[in-house]
Design a protein around this ligand. Structure first.
Ligand SMILES: Cc1cc2nc3c(=O)[nH]c(=O)nc-3n(C[C@H](O)[C@H](O)[C@H](O)COP(=O)(O)OP(=O)(O)OC[C@H]3O[C@@H](n4cnc5c(N)ncnc54)[C@H](O)[C@@H]3O)c2cc1C
Length: 641
């Protein structure tokens, strides 16, 4: 055997056996046999040699829950399903997480904002807040690229969750009314993956998998009469809101020229209505192109034109002479991935519509809420310069409810969805599409998927038989459902007599009222006078305790999202919310002495869940030590299990 062939054979064997070449040299005959077996079994694929086989990268895997698309909805769904005990896979077609909120698109996570009440903002809690508080901690430099990896850290550390990046779910293999397998293509490994699962949650926005399974969907705008929507057009049509590309600029400290590229499309500013050119550091959301028919099909065409329009507006800013403040500004980043606002909306057992939102309809199966204004963008986007870019039909006074029946398919029984593709009208989407709202829907869908696995049921059964369990789990996991206080009979904190070392505002009894945030007309908190305070829970008889859960203050009426507008970022507090508890410990009274059973020194979450070995006691005390800056401590809930 010549030397080259010998070395090649050694490395082939090393690859097959997973050992290093130095080990192989001492056990050569064993590995020759191994090599022969590998050849015979067809594992040896494409390294050349005696026998050539066709490249075969097909792989298959089975999970309990498969989530498609890792925007904010998909991340929330996958993490919730995994935490709920389901073996979960998150399949995402980009190399970074976050969808429109990623460094590829630069869209800020907004949610229940613009209220016409004293709060103005009533931020979402649960997973969507957890992620953003971590970002405040790990990424005080407000870098979009680092934010991608804050998300990556958050997802990859979840024990029950497998992440597949660069993987596009192409189509569904369906049996009866169920998806059996998602056929996926992973670009980075040139592999086809056949992913089977009991429950599929399509959070991809476009819903390629769901559509290929035959799940019923709509696109376009409903006519006014169908849902009695005053803001809808008289007749239905095919228009969907547009895709946009964002930009960011940097100040060079000296005047810099701008030379427009060949694909620039001239911006006709004199014809434009209400298109504000103010946020020169982060671009113009109204540079937007939609579609009258199938926006997915024209993505590449629209992308090219969008770049042209965007460079056209920037050319106008730099070279019209009307923006002297832009003299020193240069483009620093221009997106290449268009962000999408609308495409398919899948049909569930209920379709949310304008009046449900504007009349604050109460649903017994409410699992999430929204509050962004009805922000419908005009047909034509930047091609309709003579129309206002968004109608901003109406703002809300308080949160509206989103029912669970909008999150599962009416004709594919093991398919759920969350995000912009849920069961709703175009007008409803004009408000619900913001990403914190998508995130709370995602957490609800993922939690429901885990209950499906635990109870061996399908999504519709959750609505019919397990909706209370779903709501209670969401509330326990720090989601908010308007008009739905928590009442978990297993939580025995409510049976205790509670005392506090001091009270500045509120009342300790409010920690048990089931509502974990202040509402406009009603407070639900207890606040201490200072730091190093304590709460004591006392029962008549011994209790077996192994978990203490607290919901602390993170000031839900402030902004914490990563925003592309650097001027807005400057108004935010850097680092975690100063109100949030940083350090606390739990002690129990045992044989007349206090014993510490749990503590935390670097808390990064509004929901503080402390698990410890079961202990029998009739007195528990929670020592609230430190915050991230505020000199008093505010809590909204205290639970014991
Ligand atoms: C320019 C612009 C400005 C906006 N402004 C705001 C704002 O200020 N605040 C706000 O909250 N919202 C804003 N929105 C709306 C918001 O970004 C979207 O409605 C939101 O991103 C929808 O969230 P999602 O999780 O459903 O989908 P996405 O964020 O789109 O995430 C879905 C992900 O799934 C992936 N995917 C798609 N198909 C597949 C597949 N077949 N297989 C695997 N992966 C797949 C996609 O690549 C994508 O990353 C804006 C949108 C745009 C375009």
């Amino acid at each position: 055997m010549d030397r080259r062939r010998f070395i090649r054979n050694i490395s082939i064997t090393a690859l097959v056996a997973g050992f290093s070449p130095s080990v192989i040299a001492t056990n050569n005959s064993f590995f020759k046999d191994k090599k022969r077996n590998a050849l015979e079994s067809g594992q040896w694929k494409y390294l050349g040699g005696e026998r050539k086989k066709a490249i075969n990268h097909n792989k298959s895997a089975k999970y309990q829950v498969a989530v498609i698309g890792a925007g904010i909805a998909g991340i929330s769904a996958a993490v919730a399903a995994a935490r709920g005990g389901a073996k979960t896979v998150l399949i995402h077609n980009r190399s970074v997480l976050g969808g429109n909120a990623s460094s590829e698109v630069h869209v800020p996570i907004n949610g229940a904002y613009h209220y016409q009440n004293k709060f103005k903002i009533d931020r979402e809690t649960g997973i969507v807040e957890e992620i953003q508080i971590e970002n405040k901690y790990y990424n005080p430099q407000d870098s979009w690229d680092v934010w991608d990896h804050v998300l990556y850290n958050y997802v990859t550390r979840e024990p029950n969750l497998t992440l597949m990046l660069n993987t596009h779910a192409i189509e569904a293999e369906v049996k009866g009314d169920k998806i059996k397998t998602a056929v996926c293509f992973q670009q980075s490994t040139d592999s086809k993956h056949y992913i089977s699962a009991d429950i599929f949650v399509d959070c991809s926005g476009d819903g390629t998998l769901a559509a290929s399974a035959g799940a019923e969907f709509r696109t376009g705008r409903e006519g006014r009469d169908e849902f009695n929507e005053s803001y809808a057009p008289e007749e239905p049509d095919g228009w969907v809101m547009g895709d946009s590309i964002q930009l960011s600029t940097k100040d060079m400290g000296r005047p810099v020229p701008f030379y427009p590229p060949a694909f620039t499309i001239k911006y006709e500013a004199d014809k434009a209505i209400d298109r504000k050119i103010t946020q020169l550091n982060c671009g113009f959301w109204w540079v937007e192109l939609g579609s009258d028919f199938d926006i997915i099909d024209v993505t590449e065409e629209n992308r090219h034109q969008l770049l042209g329009y965007l460079y056209g507006v920037w050319d106008y800013v730099k070279n019209s002479g009307k923006f002297p403040e832009a003299a020193n500004l240069a483009l620093d980043w221009v997106g290449s991935v268009p962000g999408r606002r609308e495409s398919r909306r899948f049909i569930g057992d209920y379709m949310l519509s304008q009046n449900d939102l504007t009349e604050y309809k109460h649903f017994d199966d409410a699992i999430a809420y929204g509050g962004w204004s009805l922000d419908e963008h005009c047909p034509g986007g930047i091609k309709s310069l003579s129309e206002r870019p968004s109608y901003f039909w109406q703002r809300f006074n308080k949160p509206y409810e989103i029912p669970f029946r909008c999150l599962y398919s009416r004709n594919i029984s093991n398919l759920m969805f969350a995000g912009r593709n849920i069961s709703q009208t175009h007008i409803s989407l004009s408000s619900t599409r913001v990403m914190a709202t998508c995130g709370v829907m995602g957490q609800a869908a993922g939690t429901a998927a885990a209950i499906c696995i635990k109870r061996n049921v399908l999504a519709r059964d959750i609505y019919k038989k397990h909706i209370v369990e779903l709501q209670e789990q969401l509330l326990r996991d720090d989601c908010y459902i308007p008009n739905r206080p928590a009442f978990d009979p297993n939580d025995f904190a409510r049976k205790a007599i509670i005392t506090a070392s001091s009270t500045k505002s509120g009342n300790v009894l409010l920690l048990f009222d089931g509502i974990s945030r202040d509402e406009v007309e009603m407070i639900h908190h207890w606040e201490s006078q200072g730091l190093n305070e304590q709460l004591e829970l006392k029962w008549d008889s011994l209790q077996t305790v192994s978990t203490i859960e607290i919901k602390c203050d993170t000031n839900l009426h402030t902004e914490i999202e990563l925003h592309p507008n650097v001027d807005k970022m400057k108004k935010q507090i850097s680092g975690p919310p100063p109100e949030m508890i940083k350090a606390l410990s739990v002690e129990v009274l045992k044989a007349g002495a206090w014993v510490e059973v749990a503590s935390i020194d670097n808390n990064l979450c509004r929901l503080i869940r402390l698990n410890f070995d079961e202990v029998q006691t009739n007195v528990v005390r929670v020592k609230l030590k430190e915050t991230y800056g505020k000199t008093s401590i505010k809590l909204f809930e205290l639970r014991c299990y």
